[in-house]
Design a protein around this ligand. Structure first.
Ligand code: NAD
Length: 491
């Protein structure tokens, strides 16, 4: 077991987890992970090489081919995964503090939202794998049924915006269905995954079943994770550009890829909507997580008749958002992840201005009041742009909302679907028929009606267009993380 995350600051050494043990990079290089609130160094991370990834794959391969994990019954694996979930609950405060320091996420969100979800990911898939039935078709003299053996070694590659929640969204089903895993967290946020690996090992996960390697994409540590023929599945969450590179790499060995990628979701408010619901939910849909959400409703379409009234309330509420230190209870919006990302977000606001947009509120980095060392950007609302503008078409991944009026339901649907992305859709209306009509015609993986970000882990999660390949969640995760086999018996 490693002790790598127990010290603080620069002295906190973050190492790989390979074969149940902490491991340093064969390249002997490190990189720093920093707190987005004040840019302080909070850990020194071993910088993975291709050789490290190959070692981790070898470990996962051995644990799959020779170890107990894939041979255990789903009920036996369920017991271990519940113990891991219990360990997450017991260390919830510590994990939440690490997540906030590493990602800038609000502490109360980490504590009350994401860490409980981490434990839920584990319990849900452990229970699902133990409880799910298999199809069987007795048909005269033939009995046909389906088996779901594990796929093998899974590469899991995750982003920084919900680090441990999204990592376990992959690791939990992969393990529950009997696979072994190599996880590569985003380099910006390596802390909670490392601590999770320690906790999982201590809770009884056999050595080599979960391996964690740190570092960067491309030819470094991530290369073999997507291009090694010993990997049987690749599950990725991140940007569409990276997803395309991963698919190209995976194509060499025809390795199946599940990819949850970027978004530019439409949020449509009809004139019959209850504004007491639509305004606060629309605020949450773009400004929660400082807009660093794949599902962010970053194209807001408002029916023309209510546009002035809606905008007045929406802007006033955006201006009331307290931006600041994510550890403070009263803070509603924390920093962006890093300087490079802040520059990107501000670059898009500058682009919006040059495209003819009007910035109603926000629009420049926050650099006073104790925020000067961090990466703070205010809630920003832009009007006067067409849906075809680059600002309204490209993923900004920050607290920047583009508001565009529409007249008819047909036009709203056309605007929503006029995007290369197809991740989510949000709709506010009191007309139930319209809600069903829109949901049926919306080209998106998820549609929320009069709410935002409600989740049911049994439902398919993913996107269409450049937002995703495949779906995960419930039976969809089972389809991906197993190798379904048809068996036919002549009786
Ligand atoms: P990213 O694509 O830059 O990185 C994601 C992960 O991929 C990181 O671990 C990174 O190191 C790794 N990576 C980078 N290049 C690689 C390569 N060539 N081969 C293998 N791995 C590589 O994304 P990000 O900036 O960390 O995350 C933000 C993006 O993630 C946004 O586009 C957002 O919409 C998306 N996202 C999607 C979902 C979803 O469920 N659809 C959820 C969260 C975030």
């Amino acid at each position: 077991m490693t002790q790598g995350t127990e010290t603080a600051g620069k002295d906190r050494q973050v190492r790989h987890l390979i074969g149940g043990r902490a491991a340093d990079s064969t390249g002997d290089e490190t990189f720093e992970t920093r707190n987005p609130h004040d840019n302080s160094v909070i850990g020194t991370v071993t910088r993975g090489t291709a050789a490290d990834a190959e070692r981790a794959i070898t470990s996962a391969r051995k644990a799959f081919d020779e170890g107990p994990w894939p041979k255990m019954t789903p009920r036996e694996r369920r017991t271990v995964l519940h113990d891991v979930a219990d360990a997450v609950d017991a260390h919830r405060e510590e994990l939440a503090q690490l997540e906030t320091a590493d990602s800038g996420k609000l502490l109360h969100q980490a504590l009350h939202g994401e860490m409980p979800r981490v434990a839920q990911n584990l319990r849900f898939f452990a229970d699902y794998a133990a409880m799910a039935g298999n199809e069987a078709y007795p048909d005269g003299a033939t009995l046909s049924y389906t088996l779901y053996p594990p796929a093998g070694v899974v590469s899991a590659i995750s982003p920084w915006n919900a680090p441990l929640m999204l990592a376990t969204w992959k690791v939990a089903p992969a393990l529950a269905f009997g696979n072994t895993v190599v996880l590569k967290p985003a380099p910006q946020t390596p802390l909670t995954a490392t601590r999770f690996g320690e906790l999982a090992t201590a809770a009884g996960l056999p050595d080599g079943v979960l391996n964690i390697v740190h570092g960067f994409g491309g030819d470094e540590v991530a290369g073999p994770l997507t291009g090694d023929p010993r990997v049987d599945r690749i599950t990725f969450t991140g940007s569409s550009a990276t997803g395309a590179r991963i698919m190209a790499s995976a194509a060499a060995h025809l390795t199946p890829v599940s990819a949850e990628m970027g978004g530019k979701s439409a949020n449509i408010v009809f004139d019959d909507a209850d504004l007491d619901v639509a305004v606060p939910e629309s605020i949450r849909a773009i400004f929660a997580g400082s807009g660093q959400m794949c599902f962010a409703g970053s194209r807001l379409f408002v029916q023309r008749g209510i546009l002035p009234a809606f905008l007045e309330r929406f802007t006033a509420e955006a201006e009331r958002i307290t931006v600041g230190d994510p550890k403070n209870q009263e803070t509603a919006m924390g920093p962006l992840i890093e300087q490079r990302h802040l520059d990107k977000v501000h670059g898009y606001v500058e682009l919006a201005r040059s495209e003819g947009g009007t910035v109603l509120t926000g629009g420049s980095p926050l650099t006073t009041g104790g925020l000067e060392r961090g990466f703070y950007y205010p809630p920003t609302i832009i009007t006067g742009l067409a849906n075809e503008s680059r600002t309204a078409q490209e993923e900004i991944f920050g607290p920047v909302e583009t508001v565009i009026p529409f007249d008819t339901e047909q036009e709203a649907l056309h605007l929503a679907n006029s995007s290369p992305y197809g991740l989510g859709g949000i709709l506010f209306t009191t007309d139930l028929d319209r809600a069903h009509r829109m949901a049926a015609a919306w080209q998106a993986g998820t549609v929320w009606v009069n709410c935002f970000f409600e989740r049911d882990l049994r439902l398919p999660f993913g996107g269409q267009g450049i937002s995703g390949i495949g779906r995960e969640g419930g039976q969809h995760s089972r389809e991906f993380f197993t190798e379904p086999r048809a068996v036919m018996l002549r009786l």
